[in-house]
Each structure stands twice: as structure tokens, then as C-alpha cells.
Design a protein. Structure first.
Length: 248
């Protein structure tokens, strides 16, 4: 079996008109079928998770959502368009991406802002969110435990994290072939990592993930496949313990 990392494009997409250097820019629009027809694995994988999120979110108590590492902004746009009464923030530490998103994917209930998930309070603030979206983010980050701690500290106690990261390897890879990745988890190590921060992890491979059928239909009816093992997951019940050393 080919390495499942091939499911994700190994090239960055460059928009020459805007100087944007991003991992995925939806050059064929936001219709998933266009990417399926072209066999565009990167396009399908980047879009289908937001389509899944659109199905999941009506079941969650979400009045404000932040999309961490929103990139070109297409996913934040899909969420904000689908839920016009929900306030959505698309957040990225790439100023070029934020500029591109504001220009191409604006809506009244959608704000794009510069922010670094590691330096959350300084760059994003202290808002508590009902839902955090983090698709294919953590593998690019060196200080992953700080990012996860920031997630749970800025998530409502009844809130949810919609999360994905490549985890198709048998063993965790600490020096991935692709230079933009800092780590590629195994499913086992990813589960152990996430359970430190969330009491509930709904995952596709034990059929607890809501609306898994979106991915099943893709795998059954098209030539484009999606590897359903700890990817994506829905995390609930964030774990935030008392800390006597933290400033209040």
C-alpha cells in the first residue's frame, strides 16, 4: 500500500496574482464534485472535512466558531455561509493568507484575523469559543502541547473541537519526508495525545463519529479515497485542571 501521505498534496499552491503561498487554494471553486472528477486528492480532502463540519455543527451548541490555520479562507467561508447567525473567525499566522481570505471570501458574520495558536492570548485574545476547528494544523507546529492547551482553555466546557491530522503511519514519524510537517502521528499515539486534553473522542473507526457516511459515500462511489482512522475526530469534554501557578 502506498504511503497514505500521498492523499495530501506534496506541493504548495501559489496564487501568482496575490503572492499567496498556501498548501491548498480552491482554484476550481468550492464544489466538491469538481475535485472528485479531476481526481484531485488534496482538493477533496481539504473540502470534504468542511462539508462534514457543516453536517455536524447543527447538532452542537455553537454561536461562535474559530477556524485555526484557516489558510486561504475557503473553509471558514463555507461555515459562515452555512450558518449566517453564527459568528465565525478565520485565523492564520500568515498575513498573506489573511489578506487573500478577506479579498476572496468575505461575509458579514465572518472575520479574518492574524493569530498564532501558540501565542493565543497575545494574538487571538481571551474569547471562549463554542467550537474550534483545526484541520491539518498540528502537524505543522513544534509546540503541539501548547496549542492543545490553548484549545481547551479557550473552549466552552460544553464545546467541541473538530480536528484532523495525517495519522496513517504504523509508528509516529518525527522527521517526515515533507519539509512542512514537524510530525506525523500514528493513530495510537494521536489517540493517547488527544485523550490528555479531552474526555470524549468520537472517531470514525469505531463508528462513533457523527456523519461518517459522508466519507463512506466518497470511498464507495468514487475513485478518491479517504483513510478513516482517527481522521477526522470530534473531541468533547475538554480537560482543564486547577493550576495554582496560573495568574487569574
Amino acid at each position: 500500500m502506498k504511503r497514505l501521505l500521498e492523499l495530501f498534496s506534496r506541493k504548495k499552491t501559489v496564487d501568482k496574482s496575490s503572492n499567496l503561498d498556501e498548501h491548498f487554494i480552491p482554484v476550481f471553486g468550492l464544489d466538491l464534485e469538481q475535485y472528485i472528477k479531476r481526481g484531485d486528492l488534496s482538493g477533496v480532502h481539504h473540502l470534504i472535512r468542511y462539508i462534514w463540519a457543516l453536517r455536524v455543527l447543527p447538532d452542537l451548541p455553537a454561536m461562535n466558531i474559530i477556524d485555526i490555520a484557516c489558510g486561504a479562507g475557503y473553509g471558514s467561508y463555507l461555515i459562515a455561509k452555512g450558518f449566517p447567525n453564527v459568528y465565525v473567525i478565520g485565523c492564520d499566522y500568515d498575513q498573506g493568507a489573511i489578506h487573500y481570505a478577506r479579498k476572496n471570501y468575505s461575509l458579514p458574520n465572518l472575520e479574518y484575523k492574524f493569530g498564532d495558536g501558540i501565542r493565543w492570548k497575545e494574538t487571538i485574545g481571551n474569547t471562549i469559543f463554542d467550537c474550534i476547528i483545526s484541520f491539518d494544523t498540528i502537524e505543522h507546529v513544534s509546540h503541539r502541547e501548547i496549542l492543545m492547551q490553548n484549545f481547551v482553555e479557550h473552549l466552552h466546557k460544553n464545546g467541541s473541537l473538530l480536528f484532523s491530522t495525517p495519522c496513517a503511519n504504523i509508528d509516529t514519524v518525527l522527521q517526515p519526508e515533507w519539509m512542512y510537517h514537524k510530525i506525523e502521528y500514528s493513530a495510537a499515539s494521536l489517540y493517547d495525545f488527544l485523550r490528555r486534553y479531552f474526555n470524549t473522542i468520537l472517531r470514525p473507526d469505531d463508528n462513533t463519529l457523527p456523519y461518517r457516511d459522508i466519507f463512506d459515500q466518497l470511498n464507495k462511489n468514487t475513485k478518491v479515497s479517504y483513510y478513516l482512522k482517527m481522521n477526522p475526530v470530534l473531541c468533547r469534554d475538554p480537560i482543564v485542571g486547577a493550576n495554582p501557578y496560573k495568574e487569574t
